[in-house]
Design a protein around this ligand. Structure first.
Ligand code: DNO
Length: 355
């Protein structure tokens, strides 16, 4: 398991590279150019600036999260080809600085979605929360306004340039079915994977978060069956998955440990975090510890260990602790604590298997 840590870039994150390099066992950053709109080619000078900063901190930049996919690709519009070309050009440049994995998603319009970014927990910390009822009663535009209003930092997947077209986008998705989405994904993979193979970059799809339709939009990367279907759309180790225990774990029917065993050769990147699911299906993001949530994180780590996982892993979101002011879900403290839990489980398994 190669531990990495998400970093949003100079001036775009309260966490610094100096913080990150002090977390035990972290070898690299998970990064992106968050100011480049989806569909545009990433400028080389900006890529090199991130590389210079990472080099200075002694961290690698093997994992990119995400090169976002333009909506026209997901919608299957004729204009998609130019965006796919730009995507390939970005991949070429990322290969030049040694990138090995690109995480991306195929969710319509929104990236991950919660109804409350700072839900207070019993111990006084706050965490990301998803409440079904709230979503049922709210218009998408109003939700976006609430999610973005208290953050001076651009939320990943909530970039203003994408969201200003929200009404038009909903209109565009009106008649798009799940089967259409599968077809558009196949088209994208057929274009992209040969480039990925040539460059030695593993494309790793992130599951939909939450793993069910919202606002009537179709979702496809939601379950073990659907991940299998996605991987079979193009059978290559370069068509792979970012297995996210938290996203998939919000549906109690998802067997994360079973997925790790089934997809072991196709998981170059693991997102590891816990959620607690309530009886009514709402969920809150808890600490990483198994006992604190509904996902058996120690069991997840054990499954990675037992399948000989050599890929990259990052603690995914954390709670907001000790008064930390940070990006929702992306503070320093709880993610660092999460890493120490993951290492604790991992190292004891390693010792036992060597004994
Ligand atoms: C949430 C993240 C997602 C993820 C994208 C991948 O914090 O796990 O935003 O980066 O869905 O494209």
């Amino acid at each position: 398991m190669r531990m990495v840590f998400r970093w949003f870039g100079e001036g775009n994150d309260t966490v610094t590279l100096d913080h990150i390099r002090q977390i035990p066992g972290v070898e690299g950053i998970v990064w992106a150019l968050h100011d480049v709109p989806a569909g545009e080619e990433w400028p080389m000078d900006k890529i090199l600036a991130v590389k210079a900063a990472a080099d200075k901190a002694g961290l690698h930049l093997d994992v990119v999260e995400s090169v976002n996919i333009h909506e026209d690709i997901k919608l299957g519009l004729p204009t998609r080809d130019q965006y796919i070309e730009n995507y390939k050009k970005t991949m070429e440049k990322l290969a030049q600085v040694g990138v090995k994995v690109i995480c991306y998603n195929f969710m319509p319009i929104f990236d991950w979605l919660r109804t409350d970014m700072h839900k207070e927990m019993d111990d006084g910390s706050t965490a990301l929360f998803y409440e079904h009822k709230k979503l049922a009663d709210i218009e998408p535009l109003e939700l976006v306004r609430r999610i973005t209003e208290n953050s001076a930092l651009t939320m990943p997947g909530w970039e203003p340039e994408r969201l200003q077209y929200l009404t038009g986008l909903f209109e565009a998705y009106k008649d798009v079915t799940e089967e259409n989405m599968w077809e558009h994904a196949r088209y994208f993979l057929q274009e992209i994977i040969p480039t990925a193979e040539r460059l030695g970059i593993r494309m790793a799809i992130h599951p939909d978060d939450p793993p069910w339709p919202i606002f009537g939009l179709p979702k496809i990367i939601t379950s073990q069956d659907n991940i299998r279907r996605y991987l079979n759309l193009y059978d290559s180790p370069y068509n792979s998955v970012t297995l996210c225990s938290g996203s998939l774990g919000a549906n109690p029917n998802n067997d994360i440990i079973g997925m790790i065993h089934e997809f072991k050769d196709r998981i170059p990147f693991a997102h590891i975090r816990n959620v607690r699911i309530y009886d009514n299906g709402d969920f809150i993001e808890t600490s990483h510890r198994s006992q604190d949530g509904s996902v058996d994180i120690a069991g997840v780590v054990e499954a990675y260990h037992d399948t000989g996982f050599e890929g990259y892993a990052r603690p995914d979101h954390g709670r907001h602790l000790w008064g930390e002011q940070c990006r929702p879900g992306y503070g320093l403290y709880d993610r660092a604590l999460g890493i120490m839990y993951l290492w604790g489980v991992w190292d004891s398994l390693q010792r036992r298997s060597k004994a």
